[in-house]
Design a protein around this ligand. Sequence first.
Ligand SMILES: [Zn+2]
Length: 443
Amino acid sequence: MKHMPWFPEDWIDEVVVRNDIVDVVNQYVEIKPRGRGYFGLCPFHNERTASFHVSPERQIYHCFGCGEGGNVVSFIMNLERIEFVEAMKLLAERIGMPLPEGTNRERIRQDRNEKQQFLDINKECARYFHQNLMEPNGKDALDYLKSRGLDARILRIFGLGYASNKWDGALNHLKGLGYTDEQLLKAGITVENAEKNRIYDRFRNRIIFPIINVRGEILGFGGRVMDDSLPKYLNSPDSPTFSKSINLFGLHLAAKVRPLEYLIIVEGYMDVISLHQYGFSQAVATLGTALTTEQAKLMRRFSPEVYIAYDGDTAGQAATMKALDILRDAGCRVRVMQFPNKLDPDDVLKQYGPEYFGKLMDKSLSLIDYKLSKLREEHDLNTTDGKVDFATAAAQVLAEVNNSIERDAYIQELESLLGIRSRAIYDQIARIQAMNRKQNKGQ
Ligand SMILES: [Zn+2]
């Protein structure tokens, strides 16, 4: 008899998260955006008017005609008429994810124990760091955080801590609780110098930011120096249980905001905390890397609207450009906030207050407006060459706009700004779109 494979929960979770229901349904049924979701003809019963609804936010489908409904897995099971295991395999294959290595119960039990141990170690370590902060030894760190305007409540909510200057503070504390060198190395709490045959604390003399997922599990830590030494930030390493590219700092708190109408993505942990302190609990940050597709999709699951609030400096603006397209492709409505004098969100809140920050949110730009405004800065509109180059680049941006009324409004604006006939801009856009279609077909 063939044994039925038994997939680990983590693996199932990841397959489900990475298979966006809108993309999957779209492969079988033509669905069109309407309201907060998508509608199409139901594949489970015969109909002429679209009553089959897909919700990208809740990642479920429901037919108002026949009552069929469920998530991405049940959709595949019902449509392909296959069992759960087969549906999981199909979905994993669709995103190029290998099947889990061990599909036997013993192996999975072991994995689960290891994961639990990893989480337990992180939890104990977070407790230790937080305690350090409150002790005389942590006075400098506490003073530093207070000088950044953080109060006791915020320190507690985020579970901030302090890693002292000792080489073996966390090491000895956790070994005292019965953990082994090997377990602590694996969890990323300590690092090994093989030459000197020494194991020591990864985080030393740093402010500690626990990285917590929406289930409230502590996955790792970010450590920030209190002076100008480098690296400014240090993060726990990736491991089978913790991937920096699929998690976000602060999301566990943002997810508690009801209703969560938008998220604000910022560059740093301190920005998230500062925004939170001023009443903007919707703030999240990536974990020391550029925004990834997985993170954008994760945000989309919680909110359809995302404000990008990156720093006003050149690096921040370059990161904004990249994040824009990633968020749009994940199905988010994007707004870009712009800060005066190259300030970051933390500076703006401190210098001008939360009301002003709210005003900047109101004045934020849509994706298209932002791209056009950047192009405008790059071109000299007093020269004919500058105008032509700007109009050509703008046509490229406007070719992305699907709503023809919206596109029309932009073209009218360009016409009056540049004195270039709108007819010419329409023609250019049509040419770009034809080229894009050709390219897509060629793929
Ligand atoms: Zn139906």
